[in-house]
Design a binder for this molecule. Structure first.
Ligand SMILES: Nc1ncnc2c1ncn2[C@@H]1O[C@H](COP(=O)(O)OP(=O)(O)OP(=O)(O)O)[C@@H](O)[C@H]1O
Ligand SMILES: [Mg+2]
Length: 250
């Protein structure tokens, strides 16, 4: 038995001769934030794709809330409380901000008829500070606000587990700090479990409870931010970089 909301066990993914993931294991407890770091091509997005059900692993197992979902469809996983955002920002550009949120809430209605999409959308607009731009088309917004819209749409599906693939990329310093505060509140107060991929070391180290570093598809460091910061793998990869030694983003 495990209390982990997400359990990834010995997952491997092969693309022809390339091992994009090689025997990757980690768990995420409810209400925690897990950061995935590692160089370009390390396998971070592939790992998210395996968790979300977009990529079938060549070996290994994925459990969500104690249930084996290794072969479950993305839709089934969504109905079990999984939501994600994408590395390449994906909003519905010709829909208003409020309509983007309604899409998320409507998709949740497929498995939860008790949902009131309009009140979900309005609640999230308020909470994420988007009320003033509710009727603006997503395409007309700056990147930072679009990132928030994408996050809000994911939240509108009522997830228990949220995967954010570089959700803070393209944000300025102020927006990044706001995003960190929001994610912290969602985890601590709402019990949302979050896994995020981010290249911004101070952001990851200041925000996450657990950090997993991938390199060439393998887990090369796993632990608290302090443990991972001190690990040989991180020291070697970021040697001379003040961004790791610099610590938290608060
Ligand atoms: N569909 C695919 N077919 C073949 N190779 C792939 C496919 N998807 C990813 N790869 C390869 O698998 C490896 C891992 O890619 P992945 O996108 O998971 O890395 P990443 O850690 O997310 O990198 P980045 O930081 O650049 O986003 C890379 O070598 C990539 O080229
Ligand atoms: Mg990626």
């Amino acid at each position: 038995m495990t209390s982990a909301l997400l359990k990834v066990s010995s997952v491997s993914v092969r693309f022809g001769g390339l091992k994009a993931l090689d025997d990757v294991s980690f768990t995420a407890e409810p209400g925690t934030i897990t950061g995935l770091i590692g160089p370009n091509g390390a396998g971070k997005t592939t790992l998210f794709n395996v968790v979300a059900g977009i990529q079938r692993p060549s070996a290994g197992r994925v459990e969500l809330g104690g249930r084996n979902v290794t072969t479950a469809t993305p839709q089934r996983r969504a109905s079990m409380g999984l939501a994600r955002t994408f590395q390449r920002l994906e909003v519905f550009g010709t829909l208003s901000v409020r309509e983007n949120l309604l899409v998320g809430a409507e998709s949740r209605r497929r498995w939860d008829r008790s949902v009131r999409p309009r009140s979900v959308a309005d609640g999230l607009l308020e909470r994420l500070g988007l009320t003033a731009v509710a009727s603006v088309l997503a395409d007309e917004l700056p990147t930072g606000t679009q990132r928030l819209v994408e996050l809000a749409r994911a939240l509108a599906t009522g997830p228990r587990l949220l995967l954010l693939d570089e959700g803070a990329s393209g944000l300025d310093e102020h927006e990044t700090a706001q995003m960190a505060t929001l994610l912290r509140t969602l985890a601590r107060d709402d019990g949302l479990t979050i896994a995020l991929v981010e290249h911004d070391m101070p952001f990851v180290m200041g925000l996450c409870d657990t950090v997993v570093m991938l390199d060439h598809g393998q887990v090369v460091a796993l632990g608290t931010p302090d443990e991972v910061r001190a690990s040989e793998a991180v020291q070697a990869a970021y040697l001379g970089s003040t961004s790791v030694a610099g610590g938290g983003s608060e």
